[in-house]
Design a protein around this ligand. Structure first.
Ligand code: XIL
Length: 366
């Protein structure tokens, strides 16, 4: 067996030497991810899976997928009595066919909720029943198929206080003004619904050390101490500033979180570049800066054993949410351009993975 492997390596090396074709042997992101045991993910729109280039790029490069919108309340719960699992199920089927893990997103959020819920004038008691039922039905449906869930998304504000939410205080599930109590309740319901799923808290602008990430850290510490079920923290990493200044303490944040015994996932990375009115890049050099930002985040994650997934929010610029979100002022935020050609940022990420696979840049980690 060993001899056969050595022989194969020799032949392949000879091919590279003779043809000068190092790309012939290029490994994809997921090849490296599989090798070093890290999940490389992308947010996906299941309705695009019928597009050949979309599906083949996804299957070739990633070993994890997450529905960009398909499992959010507004999508999965069109009215109070109906659950629409179809798009989510399509994603699960695709993932299983290509040996990919599915990350679920999200069960409790103040945004992307259906009108019937937001305008329903429900009492706190009714909201509490609705949320418990929702968490239970959705997680049970996907038990054994979705390995980790963002149970609560974006609950903290920038100063470490609480965002207003139908689940917290408008009117809330009966725990308004009681800090993290409503999150605790959601995590407890989630553990009961699917005891095997990993349960995550997920947020943005909490990559480095700041008021928001301090509040998240304090919550996780408190939950761990009191035995409230939580397994991980998702750091979204939507980067809008092309310098690493705001996220310079990302490593320290990952270190302190993983030291509490939870995993960290980078969950929604993208880095939008300034565009002119025609949608063209304003500064060509931004592509290099973008590559360096991705490299910085990927390195910070891969250097620590407790950071177990690196995911981008989409993968092709063709379908990124950034141009819509920024009214066309930013875009080109992802790894592949609109024709699915890899960008400098793709090469930077692959290089970090390759170095990690070769044993370089591997930190002790918790
Ligand atoms: C975004 C989607 O990408 C958009 O298509 C949708 O219109 C709004 O939501 N943080 C999150 C994600 O946790 O769910 C958001 O996704 C982006 C910000």
């Amino acid at each position: 067996m060993l001899h056969a492997k050595k022989f194969l390596t020799l032949i392949l090396t000879a091919i590279v030497l003779v043809t000068g074709c190092s790309r012939c042997l290029a490994q994809s992101l997921r090849d490296y991810g599989d090798k070093i045991g890290i999940l490389i993910g992308a947010a996906v729109n299941p309705s695009k899976l019928t597009e050949d280039a979309y599906a083949s790029t996804l299957a070739r490069e990633f070993n994890m997928v997450e529905p960009e919108n398909a499992m959010k309340w507004a999508a999965i719960r069109p009215d109070q009595k109906t659950f629409n699992f179809k798009p989510g199920d399509q994603l699960v089927t695709f993932a299983q066919a290509h040996r990919m893990k599915v990350r679920g997103h999200c069960l409790v959020w103040q945004k992307y909720n259906p009108a019937w819920l937001m305008n329903g004038r429900f009492t706190s008691e009714q909201l509490s029943d609705l949320l418990r039922e929702h968490i239970s039905t959705v997680m049970k449906h996907y038990a054994g198929q979705v390995f980790a869930w963002d149970v609560v998304n974006e609950a903290f504000d920038a100063s470490g206080g609480f965002e207003h939410s139908i689940w917290y205080d408008s009117p809330g599930i009966g725990m308004a003004g009681k800090g993290t109590a409503y999150l605790e309740q959601a995590f407890r319901w989630a553990r009961m619904a699917d005891p095997k799923a990993l349960l995550f808290y997920n947020d943005y602008d909490a990559e480095g050390l700041n008021a928001k990430s301090n509040a998240i850290y304090a919550m996780v510490k408190d939950f761990k101490r009191r035995g409230v079920p939580i397994d991980g923290v998702g750091l979204q990493a939507h980067i809008f500033n092309l310098s690493t200044k705001e996220i310079s303490s990302l490593s320290d944040n990952i270190t302190r979180l993983t030291a509490l015994g939870v995993e960290v996932h980078i969950t929604e990375m993208d880095a939008g570049l300034p565009l002119d009115r025609k949608g063209n890049l304003i500064n060509g050099s931004d592509l290099t800066k973008q590559a360096e930002i991705y490299r910085f985040v990927a390195k910070a994650c891969l250097q620590q054993r407790g950071c177990t997934a690196f995911q981008t929010w989409g993968f092709t610029d063709k379908y990124s949410w950034i141009p819509g979100y920024t009214k066309g002022t930013k875009g080109m935020a992802l790894l592949f351009d609109e024709t699915y050609a890899p960008k400098p940022v793709y090469n930077a990420l692959r290089e970090v993975l390759q170095q990690r696979a070769q044993g370089l840049g591997r930190g002790a980690g918790p």
